[in-house]
Design a protein around this ligand. Structure first.
Ligand SMILES: [Fe+2]
Ligand SMILES: [Fe+2]
Length: 276
């Protein structure tokens, strides 16, 4: 199976005419399947897909990584373009999501639509809360166990339980995994579960020993020096060919990873295309 991954939305772009937009979205052509992974935060997806030759109205599946606005902002237009579209995600994407930047004022950052809104437009919501093969050789992780002691979901995320604002470790955070004979291609939105937790869980669940590529956010932008160093060490210990970091990675963590990992480390931006 040939796989092509196009970055449709990322914070930045080196290509004139494309729009850089806070968030993430990628198109995956895998064999004869057309899959959209996340949608960015608003309209860039539509503009960039047209320029990059992605037919948004001919999707076989929409996969949502987690319930933050910068990954779900264009879900409704995409659903409207594709009658009876299968939408795969963890059920937790619909719960309230907030962020508090340390001033005691939770700001809503969740989805702008409900499950009912999706269904009213004819979408078929496929709940994936645990590791599932959604298309032959293509898997969605569902919730990712937080197994190591140096990664966390990120600063200030909150949700609401029984009317009370409480800390949120974003259990809905999920990654897409494509299994090829040579190894795995892993695509994540923000990796709130942790970059290393995510990769290790994909290896464990598939029984594969090798990662061809990780593509997506890593949520290291606010990470401690200790976490960055432990992440780099873990990446060196893994059998991984390429890490295309995006979105919430941050310049300094990306630069520190690049210093050690060299050409294995790529800064993924809007318009980049990866073939496997
Ligand atoms: Fe994000
Ligand atoms: Fe996020």
């Amino acid at each position: 199976m040939q796989v092509q991954v196009k970055i449709l939305v990322e914070n930045t772009t080196p290509v004139p005419g494309l729009i850089g937009e806070y968030g993430f979205a990628a198109h995956i052509a895998a064999g004869d399947k057309s899959i959209l992974f996340d949608t960015g935060s608003s309209g860039a997806l539509i503009n960039n897909s047209r320029i990059l030759g992605v037919e948004l109205d001919k999707l076989d599946a929409l996969v949502i990584s987690h319930g933050h606005f910068d990954h779900t902002g264009a879900v409704m237009p995409v659903v409207e373009m594709n009658p009876a579209l299968n939408v795969y995600a963890h059920s937790g994407i619909f719960k309230p999501h907030y962020v508090d930047h340390g001033v005691g004022n939770p700001v809503p950052i969740g989805t702008s639509f409900s499950l009912k809104d999706l269904q009213k437009k004819g979408a078929v919501f496929q709940e994936v809360n645990s590791f599932t093969e959604i298309i032959p050789s293509i898997y969605l992780t569902g919730g990712i166990p937080r197994t190591n002691n140096f990664e966390d979901a990120g600063f200030g995320f909150q949700t609401e339980v029984n009317g009370k604002i409480v800390a949120d470790n974003i259990p809905d955070d999920s990654a897409l995994v494509i299994r090829l004979p040579e190894g795995l291609v892993i695509i994540s939105g923000c990796a709130h579960a942790g970059l290393i937790n995510t990769i290790n869980y994909c290896l464990q669940q598939t029984g594969c020993a090798k990662v061809l590529a990780y593509i997506g956010g890593t949520h290291l932008a606010m990470a401690s020096e200790e976490r960055i160093q432990k992440t780099i060490q873990a990446l060196q210990d893994l059998s991984i060919d390429s890490i295309a970091v995006a979105h919430c990675t941050g310049f300094v963590p990306a630069a520190k990873m690049q210093q050690v990992l060299g050409s294995k480390l790529i800064k993924a931006e809007t318009g980049m295309v990866f073939n496997y």
